[in-house]
Design a protein around this ligand. Structure first.
Ligand SMILES: [Zn+2]
Ligand SMILES: [Zn+2]
Length: 263
């Protein structure tokens, strides 16, 4: 790539990269990546520790830290514990630029829904106190997600719906509420027709692109471990759908990333 690209959401401090992180970062640099937002789970001590290895290999990375809805159930006995863990992890990581990923996941339902809701809402309050934008994960939980965003006045905290997979109506709703939409490798799938419409609709100044590595490898790598370099395929797919140059999409997404996260 002759222009800079940013992966706005990946999990490269995860155990999947323990053996070849250096090579993964090398391929990312070769592909033109200048930043990546690395998501850390506040309840995952080993992952928080491995963040230092990631910075050693790639000093330009920044972090978002939060309790994922899948992990919210760990705090069923008291959601204060989730807020304490996130606050402590943020305090310990000076490269933190976002709070997340946080939200609701009713597809997998790995945590009780009422606990997911409380942990989500409380982390939005923490994001406000910490002046950090939020990284939202939401799946099959649209109405509760927007209800909590409204109750907590999260629009003025700001943030992004990561790996957006909603329909056009939900995209409008998220944009109207002032949030960014981030598109991942699913947009490269031929059958993701509604998401293709979303890719055409998002204003250029609200668009982010991501890999969500190690998940969601784009075509032609489907089913393999994903990595940040492949955000290029996401940029290319979005550009093709919009009838714009890949450079235009990558540059806009980069500008939005800098404006939102102040890396
Ligand atoms: Zn997610
Ligand atoms: Zn993620």
């Amino acid at each position: 790539m002759g222009f800079p690209v940013i992966d706005s959401h990946c999990h490269i401090a995860g155990p999947e990269y323990a053996d070849d992180l250096k090579a993964v970062v090398g391929r990312a640099r070769d592909a033109g990546l200048v930043h990546a937002m690395v998501i850390l789970a506040a309840d995952d001590e080993p992952e928080l520790r491995r963040a230092a290895d990631v910075v050693a290999q790639w000093p330009e990375v920044r972090f978002a830290i939060g309790v994922h809805p899948h992990a919210a159930g760990k705090y069923s006995a008291g959601v204060d514990g989730a807020v304490r863990d996130v606050d402590a992890a943020i305090a310990a990581q000076p490269l933190t630029r976002g709070l997340g990923e946080i939200g609701l996941d009713y597809h997998y339902d790995l945590s009780p829904r009422d606990v997911q809701q409380q942990v989500f809402a409380r982390q939005i309050e923490l994001a406000r106190a910490r002046r950090l934008p939020i990284v939202i994960h939401t799946r099959e939980a649209e109405s509760d997600t927007f209800a909590i965003l409204a109750e907590t006045a999260a629009a003025d905290v700001g943030g992004v719906f990561h790996c957006f997979t909603g329909d056009l109506a939900m995209a409008h709703r998220a944009l109207d509420a002032g949030f960014h939409l981030s598109l991942a490798g699913i947009v490269t799938f031929p059958r993701a027709v509604e998401l293709h419409e979303v890719a055409r609709l998002v204003p250029l100044d609200r668009l982010l692109i991501e890999t969500d590595s190690p998940f969601l490898s784009p075509v032609p790598y489907r089913g393999k471990r994903n990595e940040p370099a492949r955000v290029v395929q996401v940029a290319e797919a979005v550009a093709r759908l919009r009838g714009e140059a890949t450079e235009v999409v990558a540059t806009a997404a980069g500008d939005n990333f800098r404006r939102l996260f102040n890396p």
